[in-house]
Ligand binder design. Structure first.
Ligand SMILES: Nc1ncnc2c1ncn2[C@@H]1O[C@H](COP(=O)(O)OP(=O)(O)OP(=O)(O)O)[C@@H](O)[C@H]1O
Ligand SMILES: [Mg+2]
Length: 269
């Protein structure tokens, strides 16, 4: 048996099949992911990045191919049946947390989610103490605001909370879809640092979509680039370490016409 935590074989997703709007969003994707892989994903608008995460999570079922998570064939499994393997963070900071509930209630729910045992819901003194400890790691002062509704927090604080909550259950797969795109540059930088800390500390197998090529090259051990539903670049290890934004642009710039290029920032020499 292979040690892949995730394997896609020939995964194809076609939207609006047989109509004028037919779109082959994923075209025979083969991808094998081993535990601890931190993979960054780049590609133009409409390249198929979000669709890739959506078929892995079961939001959409593929039209062809096979998807295995933790050696289980989940190709036809609905989203809720895969939820215990997967944590996701999206672009919109309001999506990962419940605004009307307090910080400690959100953490408590996150902790119990996916647990089969019937644990009592509610915030015990012991839990409160532990939440306070883990919130300190964020260095945002949230440990003193446990009883405040999450809706009062800023976007960056909420994305940080969402990330922290994903680590409470230690998912087999963490899927990040431009999770810093809605934040101002400074906050985005902090959240990306936090992401790296959590991913490495907990050895979380992670797929992270970003439009920032510097980020894509700097973080993770592997980078893939999608173009028209296919994997066009797949680099890892030393090869990825040595790759520069300039090289990617020189080789593939014509397929990266959008903000992926603009978001590169100054090209490191
Ligand atoms: N639910 C849907 N119904 C119809 N077409 C869709 C749907 N979701 C995605 N598509 C189409 O599939 C293609 C891939 O979309 P996807 O959202 O995966 O791109 P992306 O790489 O995430 O782009 P972006 O960088 O803009 O987020 C696009 O042409 C898109 O219009
Ligand atoms: Mg997308």
């Amino acid at each position: 048996m292979s040690d892949n935590i995730l394997a896609l074989e020939g995964v194809t997703k076609i939207f609006n099949a047989g109509t004028l709007d037919e779109k082959r969003a994923l075209d025979h994707i083969d991808l094998k992911v081993v535990p601890g892989d931190f993979i960054t994903i780049i590609g133009s608008n409409g390249a198929g990045k979000s669709t890739l995460l959506n078929v892995i999570a079961g939001t959409y079922l593929p039209d062809d191919g096979r998807i295995m998570i933790a050696h289980q064939d989940v190709t036809r499994a609905p989203e809720h049946r895969r939820a215990r393997y997967i944590a996701r963070v999206f672009q919109n900071p309001t999506m990962g947390t419940a605004a009307d509930m307090t910080i400690e209630e959100n953490l408590s729910i996150a902790e119990l989610r996916g647990k089969r045992r019937r644990l009592k819901w509610g915030v015990t003194e012991a839990r409160r103490k532990r939440y306070s400890e883990i919130l300190k790691v964020l260095d945002l002062g949230l440990e003193d605001r446990l009883k405040q509704p999450v809706g009062l927090l800023s976007g960056g604080q909420r994305q940080s909370m969402t990330l922290l909550m994903t680590t409470l259950t230690l998912p087999q797969l963490l899927l990040l879809d431009e999770h810093t795109a809605a934040l101002d540059p400074r906050t985005a930088a902090k959240v990306i640092e936090l992401t790296e800390t959590m991913v490495t500390q907990h050895k979380l197998t992670t797929l992270m979509i970003t439009h920032n090529m510097n980020q894509a090259l700097r973080y993770g051990n592997r980078m893939i680039m999608l173009h028209q539903g296919r994997i066009q670049i797949d680099v890892q290890g030393d090869e990825k370490q040595q790759l520069t934004v300039r090289e990617v642009i020189d080789k593939f710039g014509t397929t990266l016409k959008d903000e992926t290029l603009l978001a590169c920032g100054p090209t490191p020499s």
